[in-house]
Design a protein around this ligand. Sequence first.
Ligand SMILES: N[C@@H](CCC(=O)N[C@@H](CS)C(=O)NCC(=O)O)C(=O)O
Length: 204
Amino acid sequence: MKLYDYGTAPNPRRVRIVLAEKGLDYELVQVDLSQGHHKTPEFLAKNPSGKVPVLELDDGRCLSESIAICRYLEAICPEPNLFGSDAYELGQIEMRNRQMEAELMSQVGISWIHGPIVAKKGVYKNIPEAKEVSDSNVKKYYERLDKEFSSAEYVAGPRFTIADITLLCSIDFAATMVDLKPDDTLLNLWRWHALVSSRDSIEM
Ligand SMILES: N[C@@H](CCC(=O)N[C@@H](CS)C(=O)NCC(=O)O)C(=O)O
């Protein structure tokens, strides 16, 4: 199978980490978003939404949406389990992953879209006020996470799951590409960050 990727993008990184956790072989294909290669007719035939990641199976069928791809990978390679083993855990991990996406990753995305790197491309109308609000939401959310990690080792219970992968990819993208590094005083958040970053599957 092939993974269509873009090095610094947080969503394909989630899939790369899941592939590494599961030890699956695949071919990595870089799609240069900065050159608009994700909007060509060839790429739109693979994902009409024009976004990475896309997983192309050996028979040519394609899946997009990071979590849909990761669920497929969990189905073909159940171990290590990243989405939950029993009914409660399935619900708990889904809930936490959705919260990381909807409450943090989406806000980081707004700060990115209205930040200086995207502004230079002139693709979107730049609204600095939107970035001010999302920057503030991200910083508040980091504080909330720091409190949660005072009594929790991982995002969704006692073990590493897809929810940790979503949070890690959101924070690392925010810190490196959006100038939203969590404050050094958020010691519980940084403890969690060091813990998950030390896994063999984690690369930038
Ligand atoms: N919900 C999608 C989001 C995919 C997405 O937004 N990918 C970004 C890179 S992280 C992208 O391709 N952006 C280019 C664009 O939107 O034109 C997922 O989880 O895969």
